[in-house]
Design a binder for this molecule. Structure first.
Ligand code: GLU
Length: 429
């Protein structure tokens, strides 16, 4: 390992900056310290392998052209092709994408998928684009990143601001370039073109599975528990419904507009309908209005932050009263908040384990596409449950063994797997 790489990594370790990447690297460093990883290996794993930044023009409906900026970042591919979502968001930065790519490496490793980690996206507000503009933008972005993506190299999937239709355009664009259909090049597609049954609700399903199990292990009775869910989107909505189906009372949910609270339980069907019709949670009449900040501080048993990163920080963590915090979003709890919650004895179910259900079913989708053999919904859900339970038990056992919180345990398992793969492959040439 060169001195340059080593001193760069030392500089980063000392850097006071609190960017998303520096937080991700701090979490990695803690695991690397605990595992006693040697410096050279550490400097490989805490760095991003490959980063592509693209600026590309798109014709708008009025005939003008607008230049968009997009990214695809691969953190590590020692254990298999890179895997991770594409985010369309106006505030997206390269730093966010780097951190999220690193999280994907650990997430794939902790649930034992044969993937590395990647993330990407475009700086844009998809709600401000017409459907045709969104399609042209997606197709051109796909063309720009086609240099590094593909079924054996890097497989995108949905994330914030993207969904099955965007994945369909990506699959079609890559297939047009190849001259034949390449369904395994992207996951989270509609089932009509090789998408998997159960993919759209997979993150929420996996999250509710580990949440219920963790509660039982803590002696909390799910049928006697209350829940608040921040973010009533793809992840939060399904999680709320499945936790309610297992007997819990969902008393609060929110979206970016704000939230609503009802002590005897919310009507989730009515709230889903409201969202599907384009409404906002704060418009819901049959409950009290609350702010997102109030929701985080509710006296509930389970809090599910399922919106975006950085919601529970050193500034507000002392006000969080839930016994279990189940991370539906990526990095919703920062390291200062983590320490405060752990000191209080709260149980934090870490993102790289808790929200891995999405990428688990993405893996199933990729396998089904490669084999051109598709599974029924019941089989997908049963296999998802098996993977989530196995991973949860491994993380739980490691946490007991090392006497550390679940996040540290999950990171130790994940980093160890990626380190082993990197070491056994050796450094080329
Ligand atoms: N975007 C999701 C995540 O952060 C899913 C990634 C995937 O399916 O590849 O886990």
């Amino acid at each position: 390992m060169s001195d340059d790489a080593d001193s760069y990594s030392r500089r980063m370790a000392l850097a006071p900056a609190r960017t998303a990447l520096s937080i991700a690297q701090r979490q990695f460093d803690a695991a690397a310290d605990a595992l006693g990883l040697e410096d050279s290996l550490r400097s490989v794993l805490r760095e991003l392998k490959r980063e592509l930044v693209v600026h590309f023009p798109v014709e708008m409906d009025d005939g003008s052209f607008r230049v968009f900026t997009g990214f695809r970042v691969q953190h590590n591919i020692a254990r298999g092709p890179a895997k991770g979502g594409l985010r369309f968001h106006p505030a997206l930065t390269l730093d966010d994408v780097r951190a999220l790519a690193m999280y994907m490496t650990w997430k794939s490793a902790v649930v034992e998928l044969p993937f590395g980690g990647a993330k990407g996206g475009v700086i844009c507000d998809p709600k401000q684009l017409s459907l045709t503009e969104l399609e042209r933008m997606t197709r051109r972005f796909t063309t720009e990143i086609s240099l590094i993506v593909g079924p054996d190299r890097d497989i995108p999937a949905p994330d914030l601001g993207t969904g099955p239709q965007v994945m369909a355009w990506i699959m079609d664009t890559l297939s047009m370039h190849a001259g034949y259909s390449v369904p395994a090049a992207v996951t989270g597609k509609p089932t009509a073109i090789g998408g998997s049954e159960g993919r759209s609700g997979a993150t929420g399903r996996g999250l509710s599975t580990v949440t219920v199990q963790a509660m039982r292990d803590r002696g909390l009775d799910p049928s006697d528990a209350t829940v608040a869910v921040q973010g009533f989107g793809k992840v939060g909505c399904v999680t709320a419904e499945l936790l309610a189906a297992s007997g819990m009372r969902v008393v609060a949910v929110s979206d970016t507009s704000g939230g609503c609270y009802r002590g005897d339980g919310l009507d989730l069907v009515a709230l889903r309908t409201l969202k599907e019709e384009g409404g906002h949670i704060e418009d819901y009449g049959a409950a009290d209005r609350i702010s997102n900040d109030e929701l985080l501080r509710l006296d509930v048993d389970v809090l599910v932050p399922a919106a975006v990163e950085g919601q529970i920080t050193g500034a507000n963590a002392a006000g969080v009263r839930a016994h279990v915090i189940a991370e539906g979003a990526n990095a919703p709890v920062d390291p200062e908040a983590d320490a405060i919650l752990n000191d209080r004895g709260a149980l934090v179910l870490p993102d790289i384990l808790a929200n891995a259900g999405g990428v688990v079913v993405s893996y199933f989708e990729w396998v089904q596409d490669l084999q051109a053999y598709f599974w029924a919904a019941g089989e997908v859900n049963a296999r998802l449950k098996e993977v989530m339970m196995r991973s949860y038990h491994q993380v739980h056992a490691r946490a007991e063994q090392d006497a550390v919180p679940l996040r540290d345990a999950a990171y130790r398992i994940a980093v160890q797997k990626v380190a082993e793969a990197t070491e056994v492959r050796g450094i080329y040439p």
